[in-house]
Design a binder for this molecule. Structure first.
Ligand code: ADP
Ligand code: MG
Length: 351
């Protein structure tokens, strides 16, 4: 990966004025974001609905402008440039293909606008259709394609001009789970082959973890953490990130004190906790807590347990069903257990 900065947000805010009954209020859709995205990265903006992801993406594309701060593309301040003067393309969730045009015409549209001659155009359309694994589809109409195929056509159309940055706003959101997982792998591999910077918006943490080189976690218009999937998952830097990325137990106050000796708030991932019978004892490098199993959910590959701690509060524990059957795990419900986990897996996440 080269070290050039593709996209940079410098103290960017976007405030919308909205009418509330008789008064006009401010919505801080994006609230003082500073961020650098490297050339060639697969970078995800991850966050719940309404956290400012789309607004951020629209400002990179030029469909929207910052209220304050600036946006840089490869070192150039583009804050006031219109979309067509930015070397950026966008793929939306709803594909937005031209229904009356063939697949080939859709994909070649950007080249036609640029008056690239027909022979060259057809050659590049074929290359793009090969890239997205739709060779021979040039003559079809969008209505003759499946959802996944349409999304690949939209991708080919957005890539044919070789933009420096491709923006993708929840592009897989309309696909069913299986197809979405397949497209996740494919998108990532296409990005690696073309080497273009992809900025990918999603509210699906698993999707972001699977595909990204790095992730920015958004919450209420602000970025809570930027890091690789492993960093964000293993070392969440705020309670919000610990809760949003993966499942996590957050423990604080008196309950924390009885476990660790300190009231400092910590997070512990459910899969790091071991469920043992009530008589187990902890090593020096482990924390432990006793409790009662309130609920058992058998999920095939693994089982999720809800354990009510004797010291108050509860912890979610996930264990793989390596040797157990659904019958075995159900027997655990209502039993006294001792939970053990390594101290090194605890993350202190602050207030
Ligand atoms: P996300 O893509 O993360 O779901 P958005 O960027 O679309 O979030 O929206 C962030 C916030 O800004 C939301 O509260 C949304 O209601 C608000 N917002 C977005 N666009 C507008 C607009 N044009 N006018 C007023 N409020 C807006
Ligand atoms: Mg959005």
């Amino acid at each position: 990966m080269s070290e050039r900065i593709a996209v940079e947000f410098v103290n960017v805010s976007r405030i919308f004025k909205v009418q509330h009954q008789d008064a006009v209020g401010d919505v801080r859709a994006v609230d003082n974001i500073t961020l650098q995205i490297q050339d060639g990265e697969f970078f995800s903006l991850l966050g719940p609905s309404g956290s400012g992801k789309t607004t951020s993406l629209r400002m990179i594309a030029g469909f929207d402008r910052p209220t304050s701060g600036k946006i840089m593309l490869y070192g150039q301040d583009v804050s006031n440039l219109p979309p067509f003067e930015r070397d950026v393309n966008t793929v939306f969730q709803d594909y937005a293909l031209f229904p009356h045009m063939t697949v080939g015409e859709n994909v070649g549209y950007g080249l036609m606008i640029k008056k690239v001659e027909r022979q060259e155009r057809e050659k590049r359309v074929d290359e793009m259709l090969d890239l997205v694994r739709l060779p021979g589809f040039a003559g079809r109409k969008p209505s003759q394609l499946s959802g996944g195929q349409r999304q690949r056509v939209a991708l080919a159309r957005a890539l044919i001009n070789h933009p420096k940055v491709l923006l993708l706003d929840e592009p897989l959101g309309a696909l069913d789970l299986k197809l979405r997982q397949q497209m996740q792998v494919e998108l990532k591999s296409i990005q690696e082959r073309v080497g273009i910077t992809f900025i990918f918006v999603t509210h699906d943490q698993e999707e972001a973890l699977t595909m990204s080189d790095r992730i920015a976690v958004f919450n209420q218009g602000r970025i809570e953490q930027v890091g690789t999937p492993a960093e964000v998952y293993e070392h969440p830097s705020t309670p919000f990130v610990a809760g949003f990325v993966g499942t996590s137990n957050l423990v604080s106050g008196d309950v924390a004190k009885r476990i660790t000796g300190s009231e400092a708030r910590f997070s512990i991932r459910p899969e790091k906790i071991h469920l043992t019978d009530g008589n187990a004892t902890a090593n020096i490098d482990m924390f432990s807590a006793t409790g009662l199993v309130r609920d058992v959910i058998y999920l095939g590959l693994y089982t999720r347990y809800l354990v009510e701690l004797d010291s108050g509060g509860d912890l979610v524990v996930v264990e793989q069903n390596l040797k157990t059957t659904s019958m075995d795990v159900m027997k655990v419900k209502g039993q006294k257990v001792c939970l053990l986990w390594k101290k090194e897996h605890v993350r202190y996440v602050g207030e």
